[in-house]
Design a protein around this ligand. Structure first.
Ligand SMILES: NC(=O)c1ccc[n+]([C@@H]2O[C@H](COP(=O)([O-])OP(=O)(O)OC[C@H]3O[C@@H](n4cnc5c(N)ncnc54)[C@H](O)[C@@H]3O)[C@@H](O)[C@H]2O)c1
Length: 365
């Protein structure tokens, strides 16, 4: 089993191995024992709330799946909260409903949440964990490639509002992350590509050897992507500086998601965002090595549907609402050379022109 420890304000382990879903309870009970420390052995067991969407619930979140039976056998009182799959559920309304569910079931400060699912589940359940009773522990059990390689690590939680993606959120580190790549066997090709975009992003940000190991199998690529994120979040947990590099492709990507009313998946939007940013940055001569060609190779290698029918004006307007800017300037993360990204401040008034130059080049005009 691969164990990666993340040394943020709260240190926690990421366990990565095929088959871990079946033995998850064993690992959870080492971190959050079924009977709280200091309580008499015959006192009430600790409660855990498994949060998952309907699809994941049917696959892994109900009996007789060993994850559920293992938790029960370990001695936890288990509740399951199920929400509708999709980005639309990443809302304050669902978070409030989940917090209500915890209250109705008398969850206290030492009880905990298990976020079982993709990035939507992790962000939503982590957000609820961070605000319920001013914060309770949570465990991430990612079941999508995107969540294993990226979103379950680093403690960013959040929900979307009408103003944009992740407009309400917290930094709240999990107590443990359990990643079982076997769970990826039930993902469809679209979702695999969706997650692979964040793996490819990690390659462009910090480690081009990721591109070599992708063909060897996903666990190796996931481990390398986690290492890239680990180094960055340990240096800058709350995104005051270098953590912003992880947002490569996300300024335009989030705008694409929002303009498509969240019909374009996050990873596809980020892939398009990385490409458009690289084209525009190359045109301005920002990158030490022109990088758009490298990104296009990755797009072609995996046949990504790089696509947006939004105009530069729409995307700029959506990006201006995004929280990644201050006053009249926005930080653009661009690829500087293979395995390295850099940041540049752009006046907000220049954003539409910047995006338009990427779009024009992408459309071969
Ligand atoms: N917190 C962070 O640092 C961070 C980083 C990157 C992305 N994100 C967020 O992650 C979200 C996207 O995550 P996602 O792409 O995992 O989306 P998702 O959670 O909606 O999952 C995608 C789909 O896959 C299904 N699914 C999940 N696991 C499955 C499995 N094993 N087998 C079959 N189907 C399965 C789900 O039901 C869903 O329909 C976005 O909201 C994005 O903002 C957060």
């Amino acid at each position: 089993m691969e164990t990666i420890t993340i040394h943020t304000s709260k240190a926690y382990e990421i366990l990565l191995e095929e088959g871990l879903l079946a033995t998850a309870a064993e690992h959870i009970s080492k971190v959050l024992p079924p009977v709280e420390d200091g309580r008499a052995a015959n006192s009430a067991p600790r409660k855990c709330c498994v949060v998952c969407d309907k699809t994941v619930c049917q696959l892994y979140g109900q009996k007789p799946h060993p994850l559920l039976t293992g938790l029960l056998e370990a001695g936890y009182t288990v509740h399951v909260y199920v929400f509708n799959p999709g980005e639309k559920s990443k809302s304050l309304r669902t978070a409030e409903d989940l917090c209500g569910f915890l209250s109705e079931n008398h969850f206290g400060r030492n009880d905990f949440i298990i976020a079982l699912g993709g990035g939507v589940c992790g962000d939503l359940a982590g957000f609820a964990a961070s605000i319920y009773m001013r914060g309770i522990p949570y465990i991430q059990i990612p079941t999508t490639l995107l969540a294993m390689a990226d979103s379950s690590v680093g403690g960013k939680t959040g929900v979307n509002t009408d103003a944009g993606k992740n407009m309400l959120g917290t930094f709240w580190q999990p107590s443990l992350v359990i990643a079982d790549p076997k769970a990826l066997e039930t993902l469809n090709k679209t979702e695999l590509l969706n997650g692979l975009a964040e793996v490819i992003k990690a390659g462009f940000i910090g480690d081009t050897s990721i591109f070599d190991v992708i063909s060897e199998g996903l666990p190796a690529a996931i481990a390398k992507a986690i290492q890239v994120k680990k180094e960055i979040v340990e240096e800058d947990e709350r995104e005051g500086g270098s953590r912003r590099l992880l947002n490569f492709g996300h300024t335009i990507g989030h705008a694409i998601e929002k303009c498509s009313n969240y019909t374009i998946p996050h990873g596809f939007a980020v892939m398009t965002g990385m490409y458009l940013t690289a084209l525009a940055a190359d045109e301005r001569g920002w990158s030490r090595t022109p990088m758009a060609g490298f990104i296009k190779s990755a797009i072609d290698a995996f046949a990504y549907p790089v696509y947006t029918d939004c105009t530069a004006a729409d995307l700029a307007a959506a990006a201006k609402d995004d929280k990644k800017h201050e006053a009249d300037r926005i930080t653009i993360i661009y690829p500087d050379q293979p395995g390295t990204c850099a940041m540049k401040e752009l006046p907000i008034s220049d954003l539409e022109v910047f995006i338009a130059s990427g779009l024009t080049k992408a459309q071969g005009r």
